[in-house]
Write a protein that binds this ligand. Structure first.
Ligand code: BT5
Length: 283
């Protein structure tokens, strides 16, 4: 990455120099090899939500690839207004501003692209154990290690921008997790048994997103579909998909080119599911 493109804005007035547990964003940027993702990084010790801040930057005209990273979030968000637990210094919370040339109907491809990059980054630490739970979770041993929150802003016919938010449990110990997520969440620390260097993980992830996003732009989602399918959890299993008060039950087949989940329902009809939470049923 050229120095000209490398603009780091450390906007945290409380930052303590030499804070041992803090991310070194300047070093991170120097070692990124891509030209877009991470060319500008906005770093915070604490923030409400990195997605909300990235949205403000997008509205103010920030460049594609701008990254917002925080050590902790007071209002970290999941989908449908759910909370994302974001304790300080142990995990990664980031949002990336993208301006993809996609039709609004294809915005979900950004989530799928990010899931592949995220699964690849986790795979480097624990080969053969990572699964993608459609549409936005990364699971290890059926427990959630990371989540993706993609928020799009659309004009009538095109996407103005997409905020790709990612939360990854890196050094989150089981004891530190609130009881309501402990049973269903995990972290790299929990699965490897040792603390993981967050900066190294973040570098791999940003480089992976740079690569996968490029593939998506150049060759469409077809270029990534096979890798996505190879990580897909619960293919061939009976699942229940819940979206608010709507429930669909069927056998998970995979995804189509728009990223819709394909379910074969009990009457043999293939259903396309565009959003929802997937819960596996006993076979
Ligand atoms: C997600 O939502 O999985 C998307 C999470 C995205 C978080 C990132 S962090 C950076 C960026 N800025 C934000 O404000 N958000 C993004 P969903 O599929 O709706 O899952 C939310 C559910 O996951 C919660 O209701 C909990 O049950 C569970 N959960 C909460 N915190 C968790 C954590 N740290 N690890 C694992 N599970 C968690």
């Amino acid at each position: 990455m050229s120095d000209v493109n490398t603009v780091s804005s450390s906007e945290d007035p409380d930052a303590i120099e030499g804070e041992p547990a803090a991310l070194d964003v300047a070093r991170l940027q120097q070692t990124l090899t891509g030209s877009r993702i991470g060319a500008q990084v906005h770093y915070f010790r604490e923030i409400g939500s990195t997605n909300s801040h990235a949205r403000e930057l997008a509205e103010a005209g920030a460049a594609e690839g701008t990254v917002v990273i925080a050590e902790s979030q007071s209002q970290g968000r999941g989908r449908l207004g759910r909370r994302w637990e974001s304790p300080a210094f142990s995990n990664l919370y980031l949002s990336i501003l993208l301006r993809p040339k996609l039709a609004p109907a294809h915005a979900a491809q950004i989530t799928l692209m990010a899931a592949v990059a995220l699964a690849d980054a986790v795979e480097a630490y624990i080969p053969g154990q990572v699964a993608i739970k459609w549409p936005n979770d990364i699971l290890v041993g059926n427990k959630k290690l990371a989540g993706i929150l993609t928020e799009a802003s659309c004009d009538s016919e095109c996407l103005r921008y997409v905020i790709l938010g990612v939360g990854i449990n890196v050094n989150y110990s089981r004891q530190a997790m609130p009881p309501e997520i402990r049973r269903r969440a995990t972290s790299l620390l929990e699965v490897t048994g040792k603390p993981i260097d967050r900066e190294t993980f973040l570098r791999r992830l940003l480089q992976g997103i740079e690569r996968c996003y490029g593939e998506l732009e150049n060759a469409g989602f077809a270029a990534l579909a096979q890798r996505w399918q190879s990580y897909f959890a619960w293919r061939g299993r009976r699942v229940r998909v819940e979206l608010l008060d709507q429930v669909t039950i069927g056998t998970a087949q995979g995804i189509d080119r728009d990223g819709a989940l394909l379910l074969l329902d009990d009457s043999g009809v293939e259903r396309r599911i565009l959003a929802g939470d997937v819960i596996p049923l006993e076979n």
